[in-house]
Design a protein around this ligand. Structure first.
Ligand code: PCA
Length: 329
């Protein structure tokens, strides 16, 4: 065989191999789905079920693989990673996206929505604007699930906001930073995955969060008090990059939408079902769980009003109409 013939044979083989490879990629697509919270948290387990449902219903044509605990992208990087198409799908805390658009901050306005029912209404009222904003950024909202009501963790008893003066406070978004500042505390933004280390090293001594995150991060190892303030119920949302979305055929898109609807329903049910259980676990591990004192409620409400007014100014007519539509539900 001449050298040319060998080369021809070789290149035919290479081309055939490349096509085989391309064929297998087209037949089975893999989507990595970054999550910020622990694998055992109900948000992450719900997302894992959502991913498995898609993989199964598409017969593996679309395989969705979750990566919890910020292992693929940290919480603060997930939105950008999905927006820029570095990864097709991911989960992010809505209220941490205030820099993207003020509408996302409606999700953590103190005392606007303080029960699961109210949080659901707020979701319905804010969803159309959120979807519009997400679409303008090349994203699609698939589903959202709430955290249980937010309370105050602290090393020492807290009877009023004055007791929080100078306390090192772990914040998870602009609203919790602002709230800390208005109490005279000193906020530092720290993702949930880094909480244990922050409390263990004294970088943080206090935070506002759900019983869920305190349980996941064993906060009883660091602080003894949790005040059940029920200040708001922030939500995580799962978003998909629209370019990646457009590569799916109609039946696969239908499967993803169906799985998202199921995940939304089971996620809300699970959050509500677990809310009290988490509190019991904190208590069983030695934490003192109590309602906030009257003075602390007054202080939080005053701070909440300031924050709501600031937000209404920032969010303009659009924000106002979301709050009005929520109030009319
Ligand atoms: N847990 C998340 C956000 C709200 C919550 O309950 C956190 O603390 O980061």
């Amino acid at each position: 065989m001449t050298r040319v013939n060998i080369l021809k044979r070789l290149s035919c083989g290479v081309i055939a191999a490349v096509f085989a490879l391309a064929g297998s990629y087209a037949a089975a697509e893999k989507w990595d789905m970054p999550l910020a919270y622990s694998a055992t948290n109900y948000h992450s387990m719900n997302a894992a079920n959502f991913a498995a449902a898609i993989t199964q219903a598409t017969g593996g044509e679309l395989e969705v693989v979750t990566h919890p605990s910020g292992s693929l992208y940290k919480g603060g990087e997930i939105f950008r990673a999905v927006r820029t198409g570095q990864t097709p799908i991911g989960e992010r805390l809505i209220s941490a996206l205030g820099n993207e658009h003020p509408i996302f901050e409606v999700d953590a306005l103190p005392f606007l929505a303080t029960s699961f029912d109210a949080a659901w209404k707020l979701y319905q009222a804010s969803r159309p604007v959120m979807e519009q904003v997400l679409e303008s950024k090349g994203l699609k909202l698939l589903y959202a699930v709430p955290w249980p009501p937010q309370g105050l963790y602290n090393a020492n008893p807290v009877n009023s906001a004055a007791d929080m003066k100078g306390v090192k406070f772990r914040a998870y978004n602009a609203a919790t930073s602002k709230l800390a500042e208005l109490m005279g505390a000193v906020p530092t933004k720290i993702e949930a995955a880094e909480i244990s280390q922050a409390f263990a090293t004294g970088v943080a001594e206090s935070m506002i969060s759900s019983g869920s995150t305190g349980y996941d991060r064993k906060l009883w190892e660091h602080v003894k008090y949790w005040y059940d303030v029920q200040a708001w119920l922030p939500k995580n949302m799962v978003i998909v990059n629209l370019e990646a979305w457009s590569t799916l055929d109609a039946s696969t898109q239908g499967i993803v939408i169906g799985a998202a609807a199921m995940a939304e329903q089971s996620g809300w049910a699970k959050a509500e079902e677990l809310a009290n259980w988490y509190k019991e676990q904190l208590a069983a591990n030695g934490m003192q769980i109590s309602p906030p004192s009257d003075q602390l409620v007054v202080d939080f409400k005053t701070i909440g009003e300031t924050m709501t007014n600031d937000w209404l100014e920032k969010a303009g007519d659009e924000g106002k109409s979301v709050v009005e539509s929520y109030n009319s539900m």
